[in-house]
Structure formats: C-alpha cells, structure tokens
Design a protein around this ligand. Structure first.
Ligand code: NAD
Length: 353
C-alpha cells in the first residue's frame, strides 16, 4: 500500500492512473479537492478496489494519523501543493498554508508513524517529496542547467513556498533520520492539466478561436517534460533512490514559450485546415509580462540517468502530439473543466473573452 497526496490534480492523477495500470499494489489517494483537484481525472478508476480516495488536507493531522494507522503504507508520495505561479502572485497565503504549514504538519505525522515502526518495515519506508526546478531561480541564456547542488534562489511566492517545503523535508532527514527522497522536476505537460497552465490554456483557446495570451516577449524558456515521463522518474526514485538524496528530473527540452505556442498552432492547422481560425497563430496576443517572470529554467538530469537508469520515453515533439490528440479526443473533460472556477480565473486574469 502506498499513500499519494494530491492525486486528483494533474501530475498526481497521472501517477495514480499509471500506478494502477502497471501494478497490483493499492493506493490511498488523499486530496483536498481544491479548484485544481478534479475527480473527473480519476473517472477511469472509479470502482477500482485498489484505489481508495479520501478527501482531506495534508495539514489535517488527525486525519493523516488515522489514515497512516489504518492502512500502514510502505511509502508516501507528496504531490499535494498549490501549484500555479500566477495565483501565488495574486494571493500567496494559500501557498504558505499548504506548501509550508501543511507540509510541516504532514511531516510531523509521517515522522511519528515512522518512529513507531520497527525492523524491515522501518528500514524500507520512504517519504518522496515532489518539487519543482523553480526553486533554483532563473538562468541566464548561457548558464549551465540546474544540478542537485545548485543553490536555491526562488523568485515567486510559489517557488519560495516549495523551496521552504523542500528545506523542511531535507531537515527531517538530517535531524530525525526520516528516509526522504526529493525530486525537482521541470515543467510538465500532458493529459488532465488544469487549463490555467500554458499548454492546455493555448489548446483550449485555440480550438475555441479565442486569443492565445503570451507573456512579455514570449522568449522565456522552460524545459518541458511529458507527465508520463515525470511519473516514471518518480517510480524509479521511489524504488531505487538513496534516502536523503535529491534527484533532478528533466528531458532536455528547452523551448521558448512562443515556440511552444506556435508548435501547437501548427498541429491544429494540420488537423483543421478548413477552420476559419486557421492559421491559429493569428490568435497569438502578447500581454503584459508576469511580475518577476523568471527568464529561463533548464534541468541537468544526469544524476537520475546515471544512478537509476531513468530515461524519458517522449521527445517534446512526440509528447506534444499525444497531448494535443488527448485534448481533442476528450471534449467532455475539457467542457467540464472550462466552467466554474476556471472561467472565474480567466475573467480575473484577462477580462471576459
Ligand atoms: P495541481 O495544482 O494540478 O494539483 C495539486 C493537487 O493537490 C490538487 O488535486 C489539489 O486539490 C491538491 N491539494 C492542494 N492543496 C492540498 C492540501 N492542503 N491537502 C491535500 N491536497 C491538496 O498540481 P500539479 O501540477 O499536479 O503538481 C503536483 C506537484 O508537482 C506539486 O507539488 C508541484 O509543485 C509539483 N511540480 C509541478 C510541475 C508542473 O509543471 N505542473 C513541475 C514540477 C513539480
């Protein structure tokens, strides 16, 4: 039995679906169901007995203690977080509450649970904390990619709150011996991503003939990884990573935002040559830059490749093709997610469209 947190969100849901498809070990999925948590992401495993969904907060100590005592997971994977940089700029408090205070309370319960274990159960237990490359700050155009020893220099309330959680996790290993693993991954894309993030936002707007907003000059660089490759990396770290170690995860896919958007537009043009919005590039609209926008992220993933033999399966070209195909093949999921909280956020961000 493993315990996954945040498993109704984008990466967590992909992880849970892949896990249940590939192995028999049951999963408890603890998720608060914030605006980003979406049970439609888990529709395909509804009724699967090996998946136990529990709605709740990682900071709810009584709930967490009860789940640990009842199910005795051999490992915990912590995806739960507030994850969107723009939201953290407009309202940092939720980020501090979940990513810092919530992680602290969660760690305390994990520590008590692990302390009370004995023998092999104790030796084999792992707490895997899922984090981001954004904790390392911003790179110049010719700087080397982030390694596991790059100094932390977070620039947004989001990345600062994730950095704080990473430091707590690290401290629980050094101070209490808790067997932790930390992963810092580059930007993910793929199925089930909430459309406040660049790739699903562009997909959904392009299909609907709406403007494709690009921050600043569009030349900010992100290092993209297909979500299935992130999930396989996490599994590799969980099964063979060394307790106390950090693993950077990335696929050497540095792209400017404008290149990403143009790639999606070109794919949509090919699929809908007769559409009145073709070429989709004409929908590109430059908007005021994000405050404190980091210029470039890039991950050096040689450690996980060398030590654990992990390699991504997708290139950016194959992964983005799969992703575009998935959004087009799942209009019900898109329609469902495009209402409610998402619409409210878009209107606040860009005005009514
Ligand atoms: P997401 O926003 O899609 O999902 C987060 C999930 O956590 C949601 O289901 C939400 O309901 C849940 N959650 C939030 N607060 C909670 C709380 N207090 N208790 C329990 N559940 C709570 O995020 P994501 O993109 O899937 O990211 C997952 C993790 O991976 C995060 O820790 C994020 O920092 C990290 N990460 C994301 C990326 C990326 O590109 N998306 C890249 C690297 C690392």
């Amino acid at each position: 039995m493993i315990l996954v947190t945040g498993g109704a969100g984008f990466i967590g849901a992909n992880f849970v679906l892949d896990w249940l498809a590939d192995c028999d070990e049951p999963v408890i999925n603890l998720d608060k169901l914030t605006y980003a948590g979406n049970l439609h992401n888990l529709a395909s495993v509804e009724g699967v007995a090996r998946h136990l969904f529990v709605q709740g907060d990682i900071g709810d100590r009584a709930l967490v203690a009860g789940l640990l005592a009842k199910h005795r997971p051999r490992a915990v994977i912590n995806f739960a977080a507030e994850s969107h940089v723009d939201r953290s700029i407009h309202g940092p408090e939720d980020f501090i509450q979940t990513n810092v205070v919530g992680t602290f309370h969660f760690l305390e319960e994990i520590r008590a649970y692990w302390n009370a274990m004995e023998g092999m159960e104790k030796a084999e237990f792992r707490f895997l904390h899922v984090s981001t490359d954004e904790v390392y700050g911003s790179l110049g155009p010719h700087d080397d990619a982030f390694t596991e020893t790059t100094a932390y220099a977070p620039n947004s309330p989001y990345s600062a709150s994730k950095a704080a959680s990473d430091h707590l996790v690290r401290a629980y290993h050094h101070t209490y011996g808790l067997p932790v693993l930390t992963t810092n991954c580059s930007n993910n894309y793929g199925p089930y991503q909430f459309p406040e993030k660049l790739i699903p936002l562009v997909m959904m707007n392009a299909v609907a003939g709406k403007p494709l907003p690009i921050y600043g000059d569009g030349l900010n660089v992100r290092d993209w990884l297909y979500v299935g490759d992130h999930c396989s990396a996490i599994r590799a770290v969980l099964s063979a990573g060394q307790a106390g170690e950090v693993y950077n995860i990335g696929g050497r896919n540095e792209k400017t935002n404008i290149d990403v958007v143009k790639t999606i537009c070109t794919m949509l043009d090919a699929l809908h040559p007769a559409s009145p919005v073709t070429p989709h590039e004409k929908l590109i609209t430059y908007v005021k830059d994000r405050a404190g926008h980091d210029r470039r992220y890039a991950i050096d993933a040689r450690k996980i490749e060398r030590e654990l033999g992990w390699r991504p399966q997708e290139t950016f070209e194959t992964g983005i093709r799969k992703t575009v195909a998935w959004y087009l093949a799942n209009p019900d999921w898109v329609a469902n997610v495009a209402t409610g909280e998402y619409r409210h956020w878009v209107e606040k961000q860009y005005g009514s469209q």
